[in-house]
Ligand binder design. Sequence first.
Ligand code: IPE
Ligand code: IPE
Ligand code: MG
Length: 238
Amino acid sequence: MLNKQLDFAKLPKHIAFIIDGNGRWAKKRGLPRSFGHKAGIVTCKSTIVECLNLGIKYVSIYGFSTENWNRPKDEIETLFNLFREFIKNDLQEVLKEDVKFIVSGDYKAFPNDLVETIEECLNKTKNNSKMILNLCINYGGRPEIVRAVNNIIKDGIKSVDEKIISSYLYTSSIPDPDFIVRTSGENRISNFMLWQASYAEFYFPKTYWPDFHKKELYKALKVYSKRNRRFGAIKENK
Ligand code: IPE
Ligand code: IPE
Ligand code: MG
């Protein structure tokens, strides 16, 4: 039924999710924030599976920002535990479907065993190609640009163009996002893909991330399919 409403010719190649609202989802139910994060992980998995079924080639998920270190220690630990579980368990089933796992962000700042889990997963899936799943953790758009500039200097490059800068970002192997979805009704990008988002379409549903089920995803994709992307040129509305 839902499939019928979608224009498959107009799906984004790269969809990115700023998964927001886990805490408020839990609060609304009188539950601790950690329950919201747990529920959010379930939505991450189901959303990835749906995107895979739809043939979307690139999916980014913003799971931990460089600013999220400002949260209480126990919440950060809960998130690390959930990332561990997510990568070790939930993701394994998905990755078997020829999905390549990549990470944007300085994941090496995480606890050693989490770094190991991440690296195992990166290695194990490096030759997969049906879909690329880009998990953005300890990621910030500004630190990413600073890191790129420092590496460019280190490599002795004296003058840059856009291609060179793009090639030094975490996302060098994937195209820019076509569609950025931020749940929970906040209308901001919170340091997400500042360079890459230059021509992305944005969508800010009010739904909290744990409630972002298949129906919501399809609604978002329907909205995207109706957008008229002009890239500065003149195109008739179709
Ligand atoms: C998003 O949910 C998850 C992360 C940022 C890790 P929040 O934890 O930001 O939930 P709210 O915004 O407090 O509701
Ligand atoms: C953005 O959510 C970061 C992630 C989803 C990982 P936040 O909840 O951290 O963002 P702000 O603080 O509301 O801008
Ligand atoms: Mg939030």
